[in-house]
Design a protein around this ligand. Structure first.
Ligand code: ZN
Length: 498
């Protein structure tokens, strides 16, 4: 075999892997959106068959032999193909290190844990979920010891979601956030409160659907390649740059919820839709990490979508769709959309207090993975951290430790990427501002220059660079959380007139 033949085989393999993923993804999306309840029976069968075929394809002798050959001939490969080999190698090391029986047992555990978590949350009964959480933590520790025996187990978890992220980096990052956010929040508490009551105006769902269309148009999401579904908890699924699905949930008395969901999920979609054409159907297509993905979605949701210019821009459309809103000015709406107030639920938190919710989870995960806390003590720890960071009392576990689905799905180490993404976004804004008047372009309702800038520096690279390297290239220097804390201080200073 020569290099050209090997790359052809790699292309062929990755196309097949894409096809299985695409088919299974469509089934899941269908399940989340329009599939009838009873469809779970055939879907379960089909999913079982497809996931087995896909697992065999990726871990089979042919794929592994090809990978070994490519690793031996890595010097003959282009930078792009070398990165594909690196990505495959990392994934296959995991698959090879974890015995199949353990992998299957873990999948079953997760399946069960997700169901139990839902019931536990509904009944606010942590005791029900506790044994499952204990087993999930044990499994994560075990996997870390098998796959990366030289690595700290929690660093291993962090690396799963943001390649290269470590506790050292988190400590520095969160430390600097706490230093700035806590005093800023104190000042806000002493400032004149912002009226948000009018946000509960009845905004018919049919009118909100029209608004979503307008928002997608503004953001630059073409209908031919991106559709909007309606679900309980919004998410984005990207199959290829030609097929993106975003979702939202409409609440008649909370139009901002869907408005910002659409803008947020749209940011994820834009990123996935603009990988370089060369990467289509290969492991380089799509977003590189959760942190970078969140940097794009949060950039659109908070930095663009919650800016005074954007709210002013969309205001006439809001008034047209919901005339009752006209009793309040665009300026009042902008302030109300940016209210900062400590609250219990992460997904409903405002831009300023959001990272504090993440810090609570980071401290918890660190302690769990280090074995510094018993599972029985976790709710107490959670409640104590909410009191310390946000100054609020948690009334029950439903509104406390049981609120997020992540841990029940085995996602330990995921949360920090949300906060990191917000900080990346602020530094991108600063860099963008050197060559583009961002406020002016938003004011004009033309987001194309913003999209072009992001495409040029982030989107088109897909998974070619590791997340930290990609961001450093875009920033033209190292990551610095100061851009984020400066941004927050400036913005909330303006909102609250501090
Ligand atoms: Zn997101």
């Amino acid at each position: 075999m020569n290099t050209a033949e090997a790359i052809n085989r790699l292309n062929d393999l990755e196309l097949k892997e894409f096809a299985y993923g695409h088919a299974m993804g469509i089934l899941s999306f269908d399940d989340e959106t329009v599939a009838p309840k009873g469809s779970y029976i055939p879907r379960g069968k089909t999913m079982g068959v497809l996931s087995e075929l896909s697992y065999k394809l990726t871990t089979g002798d042919e794929a592994m032999g090809l990978l070994d050959w490519l690793k031996e001939h890595v010097d003959e490969l282009s930078d792009e193909d070398r990165r594909r080999v690196e990505i495959r190698d990392k994934r296959s090391r995991q698959l090879r290190a974890i015995p199949v029986e353990e992998y299957v047992a873990y999948s079953e555990l997760i399946n069960e844990a997700s169901n139990v978590w839902r019931e536990a949350k509904n009944n606010s009964d942590y005791k029900l979920f506790e044994p499952y959480l204990g087993k999930i933590i044990d499994a994560q520790k075990r996997f870390a010891s098998l796959v990366a025996p030289d690595m700290d187990p929690y660093d291993y978890c962090l690396d799963q979601y943001e390649e290269g992220l470590t506790q050292d980096k988190c400590e520095e990052f969160f430390g600097s956030l706490r230093e700035h956010i806590v005093p800023l929040l104190e000042k806000i508490k002493a400032a004149k409160p912002i009226d948000t009551s009018f946000l509960e105006v009845s905004f018919p769902v049919s009118a909100q659907r029209e608004l979503s269309k307008k928002l997608m148009e503004l953001e630059g999401l073409p209908e031919e390649n991106c559709i909007l579904g309606e679900v309980e908890h919004p998410f984005t699924t990207g199959f290829s740059k030609y097929d993106m699905r975003i979702t939202t949930h409409y609440y008649e008395n909370n139009f901002l919820s869907s408005m910002y969901s659409v803008i947020h999920e749209g940011g994820h979609a834009l990123y996935d839709m603009h990988s370089d054409d060369r990467f289509v159907f290969t492991s380089l297509e799509g977003g590189v990490s959760m942190g970078v993905h969140e940097s794009q979605s949060r950039f659109y949701e908070n930095i663009i979508g919650r800016s005074r210019e954007f709210v002013t821009l969309i205001y006439p459309e809001l008034i047209r769709l919901c005339p009752k809103l006209a009793a309040h000015s665009a300026e009042e709406l902008w302030r109300a959309a940016n209210v900062a107030r400590p609250s219990l639920i992460r997904t409903e938190a405002d831009e300023l207090t959001y990272p504090l919710h993440i810090m609570v989870r980071y401290e918890m995960e660190k302690a769990m993975m280090k074995g510094e806390v018993n599972t029985s003590e976790l709710p107490e720890m959670w409640n104590g951290l909410y009191k310390e960071y946000l100054g609020i009392d948690v009334p029950d576990d439903k509104n406390g430790i049981l609120q997020d689905s992540h841990w029940s799905g085995g996602a330990i180490g995921y949360f920090p990427s949300y906060a990191l993404g917000s900080a990346y976004g602020a530094q991108l804004l600063a860099k963008m501002g050197e060559s583009l008047d961002v406020r002016e372009t938003v004011k004009k309702g033309d987001l194309k220059p913003v999209n072009d800038w992001l495409e040029e520096r982030i989107w088109r690279y897909g998974c070619l660079y590791k997340p930290a390297e990609l961001m450093e290239r875009a920033f033209g220097g190292p990551f610095d959380p100061k851009y984020y804390t400066d941004y927050l201080e400036r913005k909330f200073g303006e909102v609250y007139g501090l």
